[in-house]
Design a binder for this molecule. Sequence first.
Ligand SMILES: *[C@@H]1O[C@H](CO)[C@@H](O)[C@H](O)[C@H]1NC(C)=O
Ligand SMILES: *[C@@H]1O[C@H](CO)[C@@H](O)[C@H](O)[C@H]1NC(C)=O
Ligand SMILES: *[C@@H]1O[C@H](CO)[C@@H](O)[C@H](O)[C@H]1NC(C)=O
Length: 440
Amino acid sequence: MRVVTILILLFFCKAAERKGSPGGARNRVNHSRAGGSRKGSSLVKRYAPGLPCEVYTYLHEKYLDCQERKLVYVLPGWPQDLLHMLLARNKIRVLKNSMFSKFKKLKSLDLQQNEISKIESEAFFGLNKLTTLLLQHNQMKVLTEEVFIYTPLLSYLRLYDNPWHCTCEMETLISMLQIPRNRNLGNYAKCESPQGLKNKKLRQIKSEQLCNEEEKAHLDPKPQVSGKPPVIKPEVDSSLCHNYVFPIRTLDCKRKELKKVPNNIPPDIVKLDLSHNKINQLRPKEFEDAHELKKLNLSSNGVQFIDPAAFLGLTHLEELDLSNNSLQNFDYGVLEDLYFLKLLWLRDNPWRCDYNIHYLYYWLMHHYNVHYNGLECKMPEEYKGWFVGKYVRSYYEECPKDKLPAYPETFDQDTEDDEWEKIYKDHTAKKQSVRITIVG
Ligand SMILES: *[C@@H]1O[C@H](CO)[C@@H](O)[C@H](O)[C@H]1NC(C)=O
Ligand SMILES: *[C@@H]1O[C@H](CO)[C@@H](O)[C@H](O)[C@H]1NC(C)=O
Ligand SMILES: *[C@@H]1O[C@H](CO)[C@@H](O)[C@H](O)[C@H]1NC(C)=O
């Protein structure tokens, strides 16, 4: 009964929202259907730009249906006694260690049609009841048998339509698939590269074939390049920029009239200044090779769009300056790779306060150690000048408070200028003192 009440309330709130703010909700999101609901997960669900996931029981087995929700990770609040988890057609890119370890009863896991390119070695930890695993239509190139040591009952595994790179690294997996009792593991999966093994079935390759190819790759003068798909010629060359080594490795590409992010950024760069260029969008994996990058300045570029995978690989990034661009919101997923982000400049962008800004706001709310500034509505007219936090709260205030999660009052507004300067200085000072300590 209570669930039904909540659903009805939610429905009315959504309806009110659509009526109340003409500029709001550029309906990419389908608000009109309501799914299953579980207390506790609702907060997180709300920033998945879609519908809540459905939990249901069929023939005494509990299912979670969370397909096509643009998920990049499992959400807290999913019931732990699920037997079947349907996560197809989402945006998951990495399966992290122990990602599913809470779901000890899981028998089947459907991850097909995601963007998985990496499975960490303990990703399936705890899944010792798992029998079925669907990984077809993803982006995996290599995988080893190791990841399956936690799934002793696995009897049905789909791996086809992944760009398998059949080298020595794949040997353990391929041998596993070839054991006669593993009849239903990895059928139909084929190599994409190297050229000599293209379209060969994994289950039919002999280990000598694999390892010879690997040796050839070693003899190749540029082994890293040869493993990748053919890369288009550099469109923008980072040699236009100045490269400094001291005090930190910096690539200074300020005011170079660049229309794109240079694609040969040296991998050891710590600071990259791309300010005052003409980069109007960030494409997937723009900074993929810059593993060491800690500071990235993209201010004053006219950036309008950031692909959700643009920052992939920037795990160590601490400071990101996106001020003075043309951003109206962030697509779901844009910030997920920035595990160590501390400072985020958002000033002087035409932030549009509608449903699409919720992701950015909730991400910041959940990452309370990230300091940011300049998140102020510029559009539509009725919210102009409001802090985005105030707008988001007003969005939910039309609903009875006790039925919806309460948002911390302290998260009202972004940092005031004076305070921001202080945070910025503290942050810089702290880092310097750390460096001095290490040196001394
Ligand atoms: C949105 O939901 C309505 C009602 O359930 C449905 O008819 C419509 O096809 C859905 N649209 C999309 C884009 O999913
Ligand atoms: C980014 O570059 C702009 C202009 O070059 C500069 O004013 C700003 O301070 C830089 N941001 C950071 C975080 O250093
Ligand atoms: C903001 O960016 C524009 C170009 O997009 C530039 O002309 C202008 O000088 C920048 N403003 C500041 C304060 O840096």
